[in-house]
Write a protein that binds this ligand. Structure first.
Ligand code: 13P
Length: 249
């Protein structure tokens, strides 16, 4: 099967002030000195998107947002439209992160609408799915994640640049990771659901794994079938750690 280039994306979540841009600069400097064959992106908080895009201008590290609104503009105080992220220099945007699904009540339909808004603004959406610990313990991980893929991917993704990220909720920020067999099982199910939803258009987009990825486990996770990259939280905040993951890919 045709494999797309791996994507290693960092999600800074609600971390980072302007001083943190030096980490982005150090990352880009290292990749300039010693380039890699994977795509690299950093998704800082919205307040840093423009500054980071400026800092990395002309470099290989792409900048992304962490969320966008479903609408292109309007009376939505505090929200950010996909076109605003694009205008600030972002090329990607994470949508449907479990922290937004759980903390802000986002549904699959909301996530699908956000992915559509991202495409309309010319951004590459990274659409997140993942089961909770209860769902995994009940034996429902594959069913839950497959249903999220079916409900969260708009059909307009077909033929567009996008990624899906499988992030088991219980593995995020906990140091816990699924076994490699569990990752392989869910990624295969995600691919099957992508193809069911999008037809041929669902065959090549990368499926990222996210949840406690670090330099010491990145190589084995990234070698699993259908793992097309990683979405990295805590270990993306420091250039040195993030580089350890990127260079393991
Ligand atoms: P951690 O890498 O900190 O577990 O976070 C994963 C994540 O949620 C990335 O979006």
């Amino acid at each position: 099967m045709k494999q797309s280039v791996k994507l290693i994306a960092g999600n800074w979540k609600m971390n980072g002030l302007s001083a943190s841009l030096q980490e982005a600069k150090a990352l880009q400097d290292s990749l300039n000195d010693s380039p890699v064959a994977v795509r690299v992106a950093l998704c800082p908080p919205a307040t840093l998107v423009a500054q980071m895009a400026w800092t990395l201008k002309g470099g290989t590290v792409a900048v992304g947002g962490q969320d966008c609104h479903t609408e292109a503009s309007g009376a939505f105080t505090g929200s950010i439209a996909a076109s605003m992220l694009a205008d600030a220099g972002a090329r990607l945007v994470i949508v449907g992160h479990s922290e937004r699904r759980a903390g802000f009540g986002e549904t699959d339909a909301d996530v699908s609408a956000k992915a559509e808004a991202a495409l309309a603004a010319g951004l590459e959406p990274i659409i997140c799915v993942g089961e909770t610990l209860e769902q995994r313990q009940a034996g429902d991980a594959v069913a839950v994640v497959s249903a999220q893929v079916m409900g969260s991917l708009p059909t307009s993704l077909s033929g567009q640049a996008f990624a899906v990220a499988y992030e088991p909720v219980w593995a995020i920020g906990t140091g816990l990771t699924p076994t490699l067999d569990q990752i392989e099982e869910v990624h295969a199910a995600v691919r099957a659901a992508m193809v069911e939803r999008l037809g041929e258009g669902g065959r090549t987009a990368p499926i990222l794994y996210g949840g406690s990825v670090k330099p010491s486990n990145a190589a084995e996770i990234l070698a699993v079938a259908e793992v097309g990259g990683a979405l990295v939280g805590g270990a993306s905040l420091k250039a040195e750690d993030f580089l350890g993951i990127i260079r393991a890919a």
